[in-house]
Design a protein around this ligand. Structure first.
Ligand code: ADP
Length: 337
């Protein structure tokens, strides 16, 4: 559906998007995940026609968008600050796109009712947008973007301004809205939970480039480098030396297959370390953090600090000695930084 090839966006000397190639299939939800300033918005703005690319091409359903005005591109956009028309009703805001495209009054009315139902705002038609909560306003923005049946729906940090409870609720609702609308979605965020929850595929973006793209599962199981791992929330990285038999770290020799040699980083995936009296690794509890239904132990093991989540009420306390088992299958060998 969307084919972005070798796209570069510049502002003077700043290269905001640096040769990005990205394909989004019909009906697919691709989430671009990256820190603030990595070029996510610039990528969306270029696809929307709001920012002229310095080079590269953008095709939507096979059609080259170069030279097409934003309103002729068949894309719907919703931003974090949702930018609704403040003095109009919900229905007027949602009807804006279809009216601009010259739909008949009857068609517009029917479509407004349809999309308001989709975002769970049936009956809100005549409300003023100034009378809405943050979450409701965000859903109106989503309905407005969906109303003209865009070929591509683009969302820029749509949940960023909401408080945590509302954010979590919309995060559960969005996949249903995406599925029922049949939309092809390009969504950008800096929040890994949001990306991993919504995406069919996640593109991790860093300094204007896509560092890795894959399903949430693929990324989580096999991040390509330490930067991607950290950005996904995987922080347990140990320096080591790799050879054909595995990797040697402060935790001993770990049997993992790798084609890397020399200085590397061993990433311990969640679940790699567990308390086990018959394990081979010993450590000491440095601190303990309560996390609702479990504790996170901060351990000192062979001169390094590691974290292990522990269920149950009688978790070891600071100062206690513990024995651990390491599941070598959950270790990944990444290039040294
Ligand atoms: P993100 O959406 O990931 O936060 P942006 O695409 O907004 O990133 O920005 C990428 C880079 O381009 C940043 O260095 C930012 O400062 C710069 N930038 C963005 N918009 C402009 C602009 N209108 N003029 C100049 N520089 C800009």
């Amino acid at each position: 559906m969307l084919d972005v090839t070798d796209l570069t966006v510049r502002y003077g000397d700043t290269v905001a998007v640096d040769g990005v190639t990205l394909h989004v299939a019909d009906g697919e939800v691709v989430v671009v995940l990256g820190p603030s300033g990595c070029g996510k918005s610039s990528l969306l703005r270029a696809v929307a026609g709001l920012e002229p690319p310095a080079s590269g091409s953008i095709l939507l359903a096979g059609e080259d968008l170069a030279g097409r005005r934003p309103d002729q591109r068949g894309v719907g956009l919703a931003f974090q600050d949702h930018a609704l028309f403040p003095h109009r009703t919900v229905a007027d805001n949602v009807a804006f796109g279809p009216r601009m495209r010259g739909w008949s009054t009857a068609d517009v009315r029917q479509r407004v009712a349809e999309v308001l139902t989709l975002v769970d705002l049936t009956g809100y038609d005549q409300r003023r947008v100034t009378e809405l909560s943050g979450g409701e306003a965000q859903r109106v923005a989503l309905a407005r973007a969906l109303a003209p049946r865009p070929r591509l729906l683009m969302l820029d940090e749509p949940l960023g301004s909401l408080d945590r409870g509302l954010r979590d609720r919309l995060l559960v609702e969005l996949p249903r809205v995406f599925a029922e609308s049949g939309a092809t979605v390009l969504h950008v965020t800096h929040d890994q939970d949001e990306a991993l929850t919504l995406a069919d595929r996640v593109a991790v973006m860093r300094a204007g480039r896509i560092a890795q793209i894959g399903t949430p599962d693929e990324l989580w199981r096999a991040p390509t480098d330490a930067g991607v791992a950290r950005f996904l929330g995987l922080h347990q990285l140990l320096p080591g030396q790799a050879d054909a038999t595995g990797v040697t770290t402060a935790l001993g020799h770990l049997r993992v297959t790798t084609d890397q040699h020399g200085d590397v980083l061993a990433l311990l995936l969640p679940g790699a370390l567990d308390l086990d009296p018959s394990g081979e690794i010993t450590g000491q509890v440095a601190a303990r953090r309560f996390a609702g239904d479990h504790h996170v132990l901060h351990l000192r093991v062979a001169g390094t600090e590691l974290e292990v989540p522990v269920r149950g009420l009688d978790a070891p306390r600071p100062g206690d000695e513990v024995t651990l088992r390491l599941d070598h299958r959950l270790v990944r060998v990444l290039p040294e930084e």
